[in-house]
Design a protein around this ligand. Structure first.
Ligand SMILES: [Zn+2]
Ligand SMILES: [Zn+2]
Length: 381
């Protein structure tokens, strides 16, 4: 396939100014952004094409060569020209290649300067998963956790230099982090080999941290978990994340709470539910039962005579506290009426006698059989 003309690719006329070339490229690059082209399989190759055109035309030397020789200027044998596809597209994926170019192009609009921008780096945020029991979520707790990670090096005070000396500007690149080299027609920009792009060098790296300014260390942190937390609650501890690089600010530590399941209580928001078994006879006769509460105490609850299975009773204020105040939720007792098992012959005898004496004692059953009867009657007519 013949290679398209670079001016045609960018949709501009020959002789376009540097400004027009840049504008045309920005427009095309935005149109072809991977976020907007999830279902356009051609976007990637189109973007590569646009990028290659721009890489050439933005550089006055390359542009002059292209204007004079066309694509032949960059074919093999011309020495050090960009490979087809353009630099930076060797094997990385489209999106990351894109963001490199995007940063390169828009960096000056977003406040990123050339060189030196990596020198003080904010530390990463850390995530710590903490599992707690429901009763601890009820009362809140003080917990000591061990956080793995890196902290500012004590020996060099985080600077990375022996004795805490300030790092010096890199003599090779004068702090730019990049060097230019002449190669054939072209000027090529590279990451500075002396400072690795940092723009600064440390003459005598700190021995304790190898010049990084931070060391790996497990820290014990005392954390206050407030009452009312639930699974998914995030607690942010500002500045307790990883130490910054070379004096940068530390990141934050996020504690993600997971409240484990409780054998007795189920939680729904601020309310608690507790299923309490009650014998058939007690449910029929009524009485009092004792139930546990999440604060470790107990409450007496009156079971009305004739209570059915599933009946709920509310204990006001015995639920979970609100995370931001606002009192407590309620606790609901749900009765589970049990059918007795393993009956003795005496018990069976009593139950049979009871059954013979039974008339309208089963409200649900009575209404059920009335409905069944009218259903069958309806089928006949
Ligand atoms: Zn150090
Ligand atoms: Zn340098």
């Amino acid at each position: 396939m013949a290679k398209r003309d670079f001016y045609e690719v960018l949709g501009i006329a020959r002789g376009a100014s540097a400004d027009e070339i840049k504008k045309a490229y920005r427009k095309k690059a935005k149109e072809l952004h991977p976020d907007r082209n999830a279902d356009n399989p051609k976007a990637e190759s189109q973007f590569k094409e646009v990028n290659e055109a721009y890489e050439t035309l933005k550089d006055p030397d390359k542009k002059a060569a292209y204007d004079r020789f066309g694509h032949a200027a960059f074919e093999q044998g011309m020495g050090g020209g960009p490979r087809p596809g353009g630099p930076g597209f060797g094997g990385g994926d489209f999106a990351s290649a894109f963001s490199n170019v995007f940063d390169d192009l828009f960096g000056d609009f977003m406040g990123g300067g050339a060189g030196g921008r990596q020198r003080a780096t904010r530390g990463s945020d850390l995530r710590y998963n903490l599992r707690i029991k429901l009763e601890d979520a009820y009362g809140g707790l003080q917990k000591t956790i061990n956080v793995p990670g890196s902290v500012a090096c004590d020996v060099c005070k985080g600077t990375g230099a022996e004795g805490g000396a300030e790092p010096a500007t890199c003599p090779t690149c004068s702090g730019m982090g990049k060097v230019r080299a002449q190669q054939g027609f072209f000027t090529v920009e590279r990451t500075c080999p002396t400072c690795g792009g940092m723009g600064q060098i440390i003459k005598n790296p700190c021995k304790a941290c190898g010049g990084a300014g931070r060391v790996e260390k497990e820290r014990a942190l005392s954390v206050n978990i407030p009452a009312g937390v639930e699974t998914g609650t995030r607690i942010r501890l500002a500045g307790e994340g990883e130490a910054g690089l070379r004096g940068g600010p530390p990141g934050d530590l996020y504690i993600f709470i997971e409240v484990t399941e409780h054998p007795l209580f189920e939680r729904e928001g601020m309310n608690l539910y507790c299923r309490v078994p009650v014998s058939m006879a007690n449910a029929a006769l009524g009485g009092e039962i004792e139930v546990p509460t999440i604060d470790g105490g107990r409450s007496r609850v009156k079971v009305p005579a004739g209570s059915q299975s599933g009946r709920q009773m509310r204990l006001r204020g015995k639920g979970m506290p609100g995370l931001r105040g606002g009192g407590h939720g309620d606790m609901f007792i749900e009765l589970a009426v049990e059918t007795p098992v393993n009956l003795t012959s005496r018990q069976k005898e009593l139950l049979r006698e009871f059954e013979e004496l039974s008339e309208e004692n089963n409200p649900e059953g009575s209404s059920f059989f009335r409905k069944v009867k009218s259903f069958w009657d309806g089928m006949k007519s």
